[in-house]
Write a protein that binds this ligand. Structure first.
Ligand code: IFM
Length: 444
């Protein structure tokens, strides 16, 4: 790609890069930080592919000035990051000022380079001491307390704030499939967690707005296309159920609509944990919505076991599909389909693509990283964004995931999503070909 589509010109469109606290900060016990559920999950044998953890990660906590310099050098004017709840609060849920000071240092560095911060309050690192985690309704109220603390201490420096990142992952990967912290495996409980997460979102929005009425507030979701593996009616029905879970489970409450019957049936007796009035709390007016898009899923009718409870099972894409290193299908047109599906069903606020990117594990050779697959992936998705805007979608910005290689959750350090290579032995950062491509495109 030689030049950006004029619709994506940095003069009118926001270009940024994204990270999250647990994945890059390290310093897992520094300055009063308390353990998160991901610290305890990583300590359990067998949970993380390469037995990795977040103790050191990219050492961003100690390299914040250098990393922000890198963002500036690459030409980004916007940076999306998350705030670590277990850095900001102590085990009695009171303020940990040393944690706040770290984010002040980050914001000072961003200010120095005139980079606009775009913060997320919760990107999965839930304080471990919160009894019951997202299965406990009280956690939603503690989230509101935390949101209020951040609003009071950092809010005047944060123009745009998302409450949650991808609550589907916390609820379903964390409580049904058991592959994310805390590792639960109950269908009904995953729906309880989903409900409490959306309640936390609503309560957090209310708490923040009571302190700063003018912050642009929203949420980041990862809605997904779930296409049927075949056109057999049972596969089509399974794909529909998968999409209900993935999309309606979160978008309905955001817009004050009840869950579909299928999800209400699956939560069963635990449905009593959803109280009257909760929906109205979840449906706070949104200033924006962030969408994270990587791939699509292919669903099939379940054959039994736990899949039967869900009503679907995901299957691997059939050859000759192109895949990224993590095995996800490269399907750029899915971005257009997702956005158009959402537009058809819900009254969306302005959208930002808050994450998009590829795992490409190409290594360093002669001080360079030739991540051609990622370059192609990104270009193909930029084209879809331009196409969507041209067809009337209100998309205001695009953030590449991720600024640098980092801790990829259950995959540990085995999957590299960064446009900047990180040598985890030396912490040396090497911009990859994709970073240099973006730098050139952003310069125009
Ligand atoms: O690394 C994650 C990120 O934390 C949330 N969205 C998906 C990315 C790639 O798996």
């Amino acid at each position: 790609m030689q030049v950006l589509d004029p619709l994506l010109s940095p003069a009118r469109f926001e270009w940024g890069c994204a990270t999250s606290s647990f994945q890059i900060e390290g310093a897992s016990r520094a300055d009063g930080k308390v353990p998160s559920i991901w610290d305890t999950f990583c300590a359990q044998p067998g949970r993380i592919l390469d037995a990795g953890n977040g103790d050191v990660a990219c050492e961003h906590y100690h390299r914040v000035a250098e990393d922000v310099q890198l963002i500036a050098d690459l030409g980004f004017k916007h940076y999306r990051f998350s705030i670590a709840w277990p850095r900001i609060t102590k085990t009695d849920n009171s303020l940990n000022m040393a944690g706040v000071d770290f984010y002040k240092r980050l914001l000072d560095a961003l200010d120095k380079h005139q980079i606009t911060p775009n913060a997320t309050l919760f990107h999965w690192d839930l304080p471990a001491h919160l009894e019951g985690g997202w299965l406990n309704r009280d956690t939603a109220h503690r989230f509101a307390d935390y949101a209020e603390l951040v609003a009071r201490h950092l809010g005047d420096r944060l123009p745009r704030v998302a409450t949650l990142n991808e609550p589907w992952c916390s609820a379903f990967l964390g409580h049904d499939l058991g592959v994310f912290a805390p590792g639960g495996q109950s269908r009904a409980e995953s729906l309880v967690a989903a409900h409490h997460l959306m309640l936390a979102h609503g309560l957090g929005m209310q708490a923040w707005r009571a302190v700063h009425a003018n912050t642009s507030l929203g949420i980041v979701l990862n809605p997904e296309l779930c296409d049927p593996a075949t056109d057999r009616p049972e596969d089509v029905a399974a794909a529909r159920l998968a999409e209900l879970e993935r999309n309606d489970g979160f978008l309905n409450p955001l817009f004050g609509r009840e869950w579909p019957q299928e999800l209400l049936q699956q939560i069963g007796e635990l449905g009593h944990m959803r109280r009257e009035g909760d929906l109205a709390i979840c449906a706070q007016p949104l200033d924006f919505m962030g969408l994270n898009y990587y791939t699509r899923s292919i669903a099939q009718a379940p054959v039994g076991g736990r899949d039967a409870e869900r009503g679907y099972r995901f299957v691997a894409p059939q050859a000759p599909k192109r895949l990224t290193a993590i095995g996800w299908e490269i399907y750029p047109e899915g971005l257009t389909r997702v956005v158009q599906n959402l537009q058809a069903q819900w009254p969306l606020p302005p959208l930002w693509i808050t994450e998009n990117g590829a795992a490409d594990n190409t290594g360093v050779a002669h001080n360079a990283v030739n991540d051609g697959m990622r370059c192609d992936y990104l270009e193909a998705h930029f084209e879809q964004v331009a196409h969507l805007i041209r067809s009337g979608a209100d998309i205001r910005g695009y953030y590449v995931w991720s600024l640098m290689d980092n801790f990829e959750w259950a995959h540990g350090y085995s999957q590299r999503f960064g446009i900047v290579h990180v040598d985890f032995q030396t912490q040396k950062r090497t911009p990859k070909r994709s970073a240099l491509m973006l730098q050139r495109l952003l310069r125009g």
